[in-house]
Design a protein around this ligand. Structure first.
Ligand code: GUN
Length: 288
């Protein structure tokens, strides 16, 4: 089989266009959504991600603030900023770009973001709501993957879903989302012996470990849907996913490219969460 590519870039563009119209209406009603992104340090990849998030939110008409701290900033300084943004009426979404420098306790920082402004969906309240099947703000990358599967009418109920990577950002929430849609879910990690034994069983294979080429064509089941969340910078400067695209394309029915697959969807979902947070706040104010 030769796979058809899932065009995440195009799907994300359509979602952003729909959001732009919604934001315009909200603005006229005096509820302009606002997003604040905090970045600490000079990690070049993080800088690019943050710039892309800022560009996309401006493009959607969302009020956007980027707060930049030097790498030697203290946790207390960043926490003070988060507390200020928690109180800021013009800001509905707060995101702290990860990874944080080593001297930070990332969990402590993320927990301080007000739950209703946690557009990354990393706060224990949002994680718990997702776990219980009553999601509020959901983590952007796995949520974006679900939107892609939905847009492509990929059947999930009764299917085998295998996730490679068990991070809090992608792997674990991805597993819960697929489980709630009726998939039989297996979560592997970088230490799983004979990874191919598991991946060859997958009708839906999501790979999110951050290791270029960890999944090769021989590890993919004929007709599988392959979602590549990896984003690796190769020595030649090129971007590559975790999946050997050429090899896996020979077996899969649908496959996401890198770049242009999951990445743009993550950003679209961030904007959607920001709009949702602003709508919820406006709704709450209307009813109290
Ligand atoms: N770094 C890599 N992915 C993410 C993400 O989804 N959210 C945040 N805040 N940082 C990241």
């Amino acid at each position: 089989m030769s796979a058809r590519m899932i065009d995440g870039k195009e799907l994300a563009r359509k979602m952003r266009e729909a959001l732009r119209a919604k934001v315009e209406t909200m603005k006229e009603a005096g509820n302009l959504p606002g997003l604040a992104v905090i970045i600490v340090g000079e990690d070049p990849a993080s800088r690019v991600y943050v710039r892309n998030k800022e560009k996309a939110s401006i493009d959607a008409g969302i009020h956007s603030e980027v707060i930049s701290f030097p790498a030697d900033a203290t946790e207390a300084e960043v926490l003070a900023k988060i507390h200020e943004l928690n109180r800021d009426e013009d800001i509905h979404g707060i995101l702290v770009q990860l990874p944080l420098p080593k001297h930070f306790d990332a969990r402590r920082v993320l927990d301080e973001i007000a739950e209703e402004k946690d557009v990354d969906g990393f706060h224990p309240g949002n994680v718990g709501a997702l776990f219980l099947g009553q999601p509020k703000l959901q983590p952007c990358t796995p949520h974006g993957v679900m939107k892609m599967l939905e847009a492509e009418n990929v059947p999930i109920r009764g299917k085998n879903a295998v996730i490679v990577g068990a991070s809090n950002i992608v792997g674990k929430p991805m597993a819960i989302m697929l489980l709630h849609k009726g998939a039989t879910v297996t979560i592997c990690n970088s230490k799983t012996p004979d990874l191919g034994h598991h991946t060859r069983d997958a009708d839906i294979l999501v790979v999110a470990v951050g290791r270029a080429g960890i999944v090769t064509g021989d590890m993919v089941k004929e007709g599988a849907v392959v979602i590549d969340v990896g984003m690796n910078r190769l020595e030649n400067g090129k971007l590559a996913g975790d999946v050997d695209y050429e090899g896996a394309s020979q077996k899969a029915s649908l496959i996401t490219p890198v770049p242009g697959g999951v990445g743009p969807m993550t950003i679209a979902m961030l904007l959607e969460n920001t709009v949702e947070a602003a709508e919820r706040k406006a709704g709450v104010e209307k009813t109290v």
